[in-house]
Design a protein. Structure first.
Length: 79
């Protein structure tokens, strides 16, 4: 009987892990484009302190480069 109890305890945990794995990440290219726009607006409104500007700028540049690479790959995939 103790084995049955053990199975009941671990089965829901395994199902929850499998459901999480099946869902995968929920971050899209459109989400990244929205983040880029958010950084644009926030910087224009002075939301970042001067000592944060370098980190924000570097992150923005990485995001911009990534989105440009994705945009170049999309037409190639459609061909």
């Amino acid at each position: 009987m103790s084995e049955d109890t053990n199975v009941e305890v671990t089965a829901p945990e395994m199902e929850a892990e499998q459901a999480t794995e099946q869902q995968g990440p929920d971050l899209t290219v459109q989400d990244l484009q929205a983040l880029k726009s958010i950084i644009d607006v926030a910087s224009q409104r002075g939301a970042f302190k001067p000592n944060e500007m370098m980190t924000v700028g570097q992150t923005y540049s990485k995001l911009e480069t990534f989105l440009a690479a994705v945009a170049q790959q999309q037409p190639a995939q459609g061909a």
